[in-house]
Design a protein around this ligand. Structure first.
Ligand SMILES: Cc1cc2nc3c(=O)[nH]c(=O)nc-3n(C[C@H](O)[C@H](O)[C@H](O)COP(=O)(O)OP(=O)(O)OC[C@H]3O[C@@H](n4cnc5c(N)ncnc54)[C@H](O)[C@@H]3O)c2cc1C
Length: 422
């Protein structure tokens, strides 16, 4: 049981949550384990439909990846092609609309519940290699064909430099349908919305056991919730169910936040306030916060959370793109863990008839968790069509992965480092 990590988001949360721990024996229609986007989104969808929901969180609402991420609202679902192949369907038919479904839910939540979380639209996929440009051009054609309703277009190298003040990229795809936001404020806002509809939330209450049965019992040190359905939403931080180990790698990503930047620097490096991301596996992503800090994120081969190590690594990476920030003060540095399934397909499934799980979005979680929450609410309510779309793709298992994940992830990072360079 710990408090939030030392992130920019935790330091600027609108109002920190302080829900009580779970004490005594409770009963509910649905018990959700984990209060990140997956858990809270599920709980809110269920509460909106009139279910009695109780959420049990080991730490704090948004304590995991949901309160630490890059805040980039990215379209698409990882592993789309594999799901389409499995169902022998055309990927565009299957995912054309689903790719953006999470965006619509986020937008609707922010409006309905007046959640103040700095949502801004505008996104640049930047190209490091010529093959990236070809991929973006194909994306553009797909968007065109599907009648994507927001502005999108390819930017030349010079337009890219004008837009984000760096010569580091060969060009970019501008997409005004994607965007960025303060993820912890969104997660906490959604938790409060669920609470306002009758959901109960318990913090500082790690779940120690799930007793399966006609009604399942979720057990913590000082209490329990007996429920008709359980949804496990612990993602990369979940270590309880044996079945969920070894089907997903916990991959770390790290972010720094500079001091608030002067207006003239902001005008140079990102006057349109876009989120920016490259397409590598060991990707770099950055954007401005509402108070004009540069939030700069990247993955590297490190498993700790020491801010000094993160600062050192990221300052160098950031200065390669923006030399003028080489000496900027870095006010925050933190890391978090992303659940990456071996086949990249989000993992929705059952471990018993009424105990479901939902995890593994490979860095596309802000969007996809919101869709996933809706799908989990559907399956609890008895509609399994979209759940089965994912659940029927069996996760690949790496025997021993839960014990040997560090060397395996290190090896994977090495592999992708080489692949990214080709
Ligand atoms: C540094 C970083 C940057 C990222 N950037 C982006 C980005 O820019 N855009 C994007 O789309 N995605 C991004 N992601 C991915 C995205 O954040 C995740 O996919 C998403 O937040 C997952 O949400 P979740 O609710 O499934 O898991 P989490 O947010 O990790 O929540 C899981 C929760 O379950 C709780 N829990 C676990 N076990 C138990 C237990 N036994 N009992 C009770 N509670 C338990 C944990 O305490 C935790 O709060 C990033 C992730 C990281 C780490």
């Amino acid at each position: 049981m710990t408090e939030h990590t030392g992130s920019y988001y935790a330091a600027t949360v609108n109002k920190a949550t302080d829900y009580p721990p779970l004490i005594g024996d409770q009963s509910a229609d649905v018990c959700v384990i984990g209060a990140g986007f997956t858990g809270i989104s599920t709980a809110l969808h269920l509460a909106e439909r009139g279910y009695d929901v109780q959420v049990v969180e080991a730490n704090r609402v948004g304590w995991g990846a949901s309160g630490r991420n890059g805040g980039q609202l990215i379209g698409g679902i990882s592993g789309e092609q594999k799901v389409a192949n499995h169902h022998k369907r055309d990927v565009e038919d299957l995912f054309g609309e689903l790719r953006w479904a999470g965006h619509a839910i986020v937008r609707e939540r922010i409006q309905t519940y007046a959640i103040d979380c700095d949502l801004k639209y505008g996104y640049l996929d930047v190209a490091i290699k010529k093959r990236h440009l070809r991929e973006f051009e194909a994306d553009c054609r797909r968007l065109e064909k599907s009648g994507f309703p927001h502005e999108f277009r390819m930017l030349s190298k010079s337009e890219t430099s004008e837009t984000i003040g760096t010569d580091a990229y060969l060009g970019a795809l501008l997409n005004m349908g994607n965007g960025h936001l303060h993820p912890l404020n969104l997660c906490v806002g959604e938790a409060r919305a669920a609470e306002s509809l009758g959901a109960s939330i318990y913090e500082q209450s790690p779940v120690l056991d799930i007793e399966k049965g006609h009604r399942a019992k979720v057990v913590t040190e000082r209490g329990s919730v007996t429920a008709d359905f359980v949804v496990i939403a612990g993602n990369a931080y979940h270590a309880l169910e044996r079945q969920l180990r070894g089907i997903m790698f916990p991959v770390k990503s790290f972010i720094i936040a500079t001091e608030p930047l002067p207006e003239n620097v902001v005008a140079q490096i990102n006057p349109r306030d876009l989120a920016v991301c490259d397409p590598n596996f060991l990707l770099q992503y950055f954007r401005l916060s509402a108070d004009k800090r540069l939030l700069f994120g990247a993955r590297f081969n490190y498993f700790g959370e020491d801010p000094a190590v993160i600062r050192k690594s990221h300052r160098k990476k950031m200065a390669r793109i923006y030399p003028q920030l080489a000496d900027a003060r870095i006010d925050y540095a933190w890391g978090g863990t992303i659940g990456v399934p071996i086949n990249r397909v989000p993992q929705l499934g059952r471990i018993s008839p009424n105990v479901f799980y939902c995890q593994g979005y490979s860095g596309h979680g802000v969007n996809v968790t919101h869709l996933a929450g809706q799908i989990m609410a559907d399956v609890v309510a008895g509609t399994a069509e979209r759940f089965d779309l994912f659940a029927s793709v069996k996760p690949l298992v790496m025997p021993g992965a839960h014990l040997l994940w560090k060397p395996m992830v290190a090896l994977g990072i090495l592999y992708y480092q080489v692949k990214d360079r080709l």
